[in-house]
Design a protein around this ligand. Sequence first.
Ligand SMILES: C[S@@+](CC[C@H](N)C(=O)[O-])C[C@H]1O[C@@H](n2cnc3c(N)ncnc32)[C@H](O)[C@@H]1O
Length: 316
Amino acid sequence: MNKASHSVGHIGSALDWGWENLQFLRMRLRGLQDKEADLTKLLVELDGYRSLYESLTERPFQQASMFEVGYGARPLRLLALISMGLNARGIDLDAPMLQGSVHELLRILKTNGWQRFIKSTVRATVFDAHERHALDRALARRGARLRVQPDRFLVGDVSDVALTPASLDFIYSEDVFEHIPREALDRVCASLARALAPQGVAVISPSVFTGIGGGHLVEWYPHTLDRDIDRRSEPWEHLRQRRFAPDCFLNEMRLYEYQRLFERHFSVEAVHNLQAGLGRTFLTEDVREELDDYSVEELLGDKWRFVLRKKPEAQP
Ligand SMILES: C[S@@+](CC[C@H](N)C(=O)[O-])C[C@H]1O[C@@H](n2cnc3c(N)ncnc32)[C@H](O)[C@@H]1O
């Protein structure tokens, strides 16, 4: 596929691109210290998938056929599920770096372009080995070992992939749907809904644009909010002055637009604001007044979770 990566955006100047990526690099370097705790948290998150799936379907998660939409450049969820013996695979627009080989890097250059190539080279050199070892240790505490199975990592656009009808018991996607163009999302949801087995569950968690982190500027990432750092942009800059662009494509969809999209294709079982209240200290009276087109709930938060089932009329 010769398509520009969606994980690099359309930042106007090289200076802005450099700035955003420098912030990102600093954030990742800081994250190195807490890596093991982060990965333990990730495994707990996967336990959450298990209990959600089992409570809704009364079927064992261990036997579910699962699919991740947008596993990302650090495909830790998919690596962990596969390592724990689950029948999981996924797709991403960008080719992953799984074995750290030159061949993989050249594929990334060819598939995703030079900006992603630079990011992947830095990531592979500085972070990947450390992170994979930490994942292996976290898995070992649960009696598993890290297993890399490159054939489970499809590379392509989820809007084009041919999925077998009713073949998937569990579909999940984290921080991806906000990067898919609006005009592709009906096709994506129709295809995922068709692929979902009659008892299946889909958990789709986008970062919604109106949230404090929804603009995807690194200095407003949720975990930076309690840090006293100098920021060059204002809170909710992306809904206000819009002086800075993130280093990724965003469809800018609001909560009600996701709700309508999912209702067209699925039964919506539950909707959760995963970080309700996030950013409250930045919502001063003046800012609130300026943003009075939005509800407080959609401003205070970042990631929302939609729990979806197959529509009754789509059941065989
Ligand atoms: C912000 S990353 C999230 C990655 C991962 N889910 C995580 O939580 O770390 C978004 C990912 O979605 C992928 N993506 C965006 N549009 C896509 C599409 N149409 N098909 C497949 N993957 C896509 C991007 O390539 C990127 O890796």
